[in-house]
Design a protein around this ligand. Structure first.
Ligand code: HEM
Length: 516
């Protein structure tokens, strides 16, 4: 009986197909006309297709992998500082307006569609509502304050010491050092030591864990970008039984899933450990602290802990490594800058023995070292993409345009950092812009350095990142005076595509050096 009904239904559908298609087409046409001519954003300039559908962005982000950022540049050239880039989204390129959207007093939400990126709605990064975020962030902030990072100094020092030992091995064996991966190992080791019960020890891997990083860095971001546009894809894939998944998924994707599983295992370990963690480490374990905090029980679930760990580890690793790689590259490519840094290091620590690791707390006081890092944060803009926000309660005015409550408004740190009216000759690496000029000019520079964001959703780990970068760059260039670039050019640092973060051309091997 059921078969007969289904068959009848099917033949009815087929015979009515032309009518159904026409009706659907008519609906699409009505929506398109509404979005282009009658929507409250109809007055904002931009391509008509983008006003109608997010498929416009899909084409540049997914089909032409990561090219939307370049399209955005072209759109701003064509339409001006405000462009409508989606049915309910505008992008603004105007440094003077950045503070209006990104400041700590705004209680703006994130855009749920955009932040679907890594499928982590339970982590601070993926939390959409401002008030939910405040609660989640409150359990994290105290672990990343300047005072907490001081407690982590021995962990940072130990990791830098291991890094230098590995460099020494490479020097003896005259082997090329994959420095970008080496930097990823240090930041990965430090953050997992701090966040997880069982840290990973990437620095000890022979080739600086190249395989591990290839999963976490690029593949993860590609999957995230597709998931943003095709939100059903990941949940469907993840709900498949393991045997089917391994049959149909490419090994690269399976590796990503196994990393997610590893986070689950770490979270499970924390939840099963009973009372507060036994103090086998000299610092708290962030996951355990969240679990034993006074957050409500629904904020301490397995999925919440696992997603938070995934986000913190992902956010901490490549951003820091890319910023360090860029600074190192420019120092090696411009010997006059390197000499200045090495002179600063030698004159500041003349008595330190060769095997001493200088603490980041001493290194962060060095003006030229910190200027190099700020310049790298600016030029590299490691989290470069737009950071879309929503004011759910009131309209926002930009020039002649009133953007109603609920409009998605995005601005990109990279646009601010590359604005020649703030940073002259913005594409050149010039640490002196942080040291020279009037007090006022330097204050302006500092004000517009927004690499870590500026609002309540800004980077959780900025203090940790600065501490790590000072410790690594300072100790590396103090100990190893003869480092040479190996088959690395400026092209290895030019953005070829963007998936939240900027990526160089896909056959780039990152920063490689020989230590003499
Ligand atoms: C040079 C290094 C880094 C840069 C440039 C950077 C940049 C940023 C930016 C711009 C955001 C805001 C993203 C948004 O608005 O959607 C952010 C968020 C975040 N970052 Fe970083 N980051 C760095 C290092 C780190 C480190 C070391 C950690 C480790 C704790 C970290 C953890 C996070 C987390 C958890 C968030 C989400 C915060 C939230 O939504 O509450 N980042 N980062």
């Amino acid at each position: 009986m059921a078969i007969i009904n289904v068959t009848a239904l099917y033949s009815r559908l087929v015979s009515n197909l032309p009518d159904t298609s026409l009706a659907l087409l008519f609906c699409f046409a009505c929506v398109a006309v509404y979005r282009i001519y009658f929507s409250p954003l109809a007055h904002v300039p931009g391509p008509k297709l983008a006003a109608v559908t997010t498929l416009y962005e899909f084409y540049y982000s997914c089909i032409r992998l990561g090219q939307f950022v370049f399209r955005l540049d072209e759109l701003h050239k064509q339409y001006g500082p405000i462009v409508r880039i989606g049915p309910n989204e505008v992008h603004i390129k105007d440094a003077q307006f950045f503070d209006k959207i990104y400041n700590v007093t705004n209680k703006f939400d994130k855009d749920g569609w955009f932040y679907r990126f890594l499928n982590t709605p339970y982590a601070s990064f993926g939390t959409i509502k401002a008030e939910d975020h405040r609660l989640r962030r409150s359990a994290l902030n105290r672990h990343f304050s300047p005072a907490s990072i001081i407690r982590l100094d021995p962990v940072i020092t130990q990791a830098v010491s291991t890094l230098c030992r590995r460099f020494e091995e490479h020097r003896r064996e005259k082997r090329v050092v994959d420095l970008t991966n080496a930097f990823r190992c240090v930041s990965g080791d430090i953050i997992t030591e701090y966040v997880m019960p069982d840290p990973i020890t990437l620095l000890e891997h022979k080739d600086f864990a190249a395989d591990y990083h290839s999963v976490f860095v690029r593949r993860f971001a590609i999957i995230g970008t597709f998931h943003r546009h095709l939100g059903w894809l990941l949940p469907v894939i993840l709900s498949l039984p393991g045997w089917l998944l391994s049959l149909i998924s490419p090994p690269a994707v399976l590796q990503v899933f196994s990393r997610i599983k590893w986070m689950d295992e770490q979270a499970q370990m924390v939840m099963q450990s009973g009372g507060p963690p036994k103090q086998k480490k000299d610092h708290p374990i962030v996951l355990s602290s969240i679990y034993h905090s006074d957050l409500p029980a629904n904020e301490k679930t397995l999925i919440r802990l696992s997603q938070e760990a995934l986000i913190i580890i992902t956010a901490a690793t490549d951003t820091t490594a890319q910023t360090l790689s860029l600074a190192t590259y420019h120092l090696l490519a411009k010997p006059h800058l390197l000499i200045r840094l090495q002179t600063e290091l030698q004159s500041s620590f003349p008595a330190a023995a060769d095997d001493t690791i200088i603490s980041y707390r001493d290194l962060e006081k060095l003006p030229f070292l910190t200027a190099c890092l700020k310049e790298s944060l600016r030029l590299g803009s490691a989290a470069s993409s737009r950071l879309p926000r929503i004011n759910p309660n009131s309209p926002i005015t930009y020039g002649d345009h009133t953007l109603p409550a609920g409009t998605v408004i995005g601005m990109s740190p990279r646009d601010i950092h590359y604005d020649p009216s703030i940073y002259p000759d913005p594409r050149s690496f010039n640490p002196d812009r942080w040291l020279e000029g009037s007090d006022r000019a330097r204050k302006v520079n500092e004000h517009f350095l927004v690499a870590f964001g500026k609002d309540a959703r800004s980077c959780l780990g900025n203090n940790l990142a600065m501490a790590e970068m000072c410790a690594i760059l300072g100790n590396m260039f103090r100990k190893f005076e003869a480092i040479e670039l190996f088959e690395t050019t400026e092209e290895d640092f030019e953005m070829a595509y963007e998936l939240m973060a900027p990526y160089a051309k896909s056959d780039s091997k990152g920063l490689r050096v020989l230590i003499k």
